[in-house]
Design a protein around this ligand. Sequence first.
Ligand code: AMP
Ligand code: ZN
Ligand code: FE
Ligand code: FE
Length: 282
Amino acid sequence: MESMPAAGYDLHTHSTFSDGTTSPAEIAREAARIGLAGFALTDHDTIDGWGEAREAAAAAGVDFVPGIEITTKHRGLSRHLLGYGIRSEAGELFETLAEIRESRLARAREMVRRLSGEYAISWDAVVGSNDVRTVGRPHIADALVAAGYAVDRSAAFAEMLSPASPYYLDTYAVDTANAIRLVRDAGGFPVIAHPAASRQRRPLPVDDLAELAEAGLGGVELDHPENRADWLPPLAAHAVSLGLEVTGASDYHGDGKPNRLGECTSPPEVVARIRADVALPA
Ligand code: AMP
Ligand code: ZN
Ligand code: FE
Ligand code: FE
């Protein structure tokens, strides 16, 4: 029997404003339907989905936590940083986010140019949605799937879009410690995303966790479907000794990934402490 998700918060979801396949309003309604207490919208490098999510969450009777997932890099490796409750559109964080989105656009265009030598896909097929603010490999994967070259996003990621493929390009990523400071300067609460994800070459080293805590990190996403169980114990022990919040979240991408909304959640007490830390109104 499938168990019902606990009445917690899913603190990591993506909508059509980045590389999810469902709108912010659909995520809000689905969160209410499955009995979540609340959810955070954490699109890659944009907060443009917040308005729609907040409105739909209020209508559906589910709590909304404003969030973002920032493309960062630490010691040469890609590390994603979640930020909750960031305040103002002004300031350095938002300038940095604009730079990241622009770099992603140039990188995606060049990857499509490289791929088009081999596969009949066009740029128009990649940026189909009106909402999309942040393009990524998932959008290129969709174009490859639509043209019949891959069965789904995962297949395209495993083949043409893998870092080992000749079509792959890196994108600009801000230094993780710097991004933590930018999130704090914007009044937000920084949490390191999926630090033990199996896709990463290695888990976040505990020394790096301590360094990032020193820079202002507030939490660590230990309960995530892609975290490797055998990589977690040292991170869990250090999270406690460093006084970091431990969060859980699904990294829902609609139909774009197997992750199910609410499959990992954070208890309401954790969300209440995050809210209190950044004085975010309930
Ligand atoms: P990018 O940031 O453009 O390099 O693309 C990485 C994004 O693609 C991340 O948000 C992942 O969640 C997503 N992603 C990674 N692997 C897959 C997969 N197998 N299927 C669908 N989405 C994926
Ligand atoms: Zn994504
Ligand atoms: Fe991520
Ligand atoms: Fe994510």
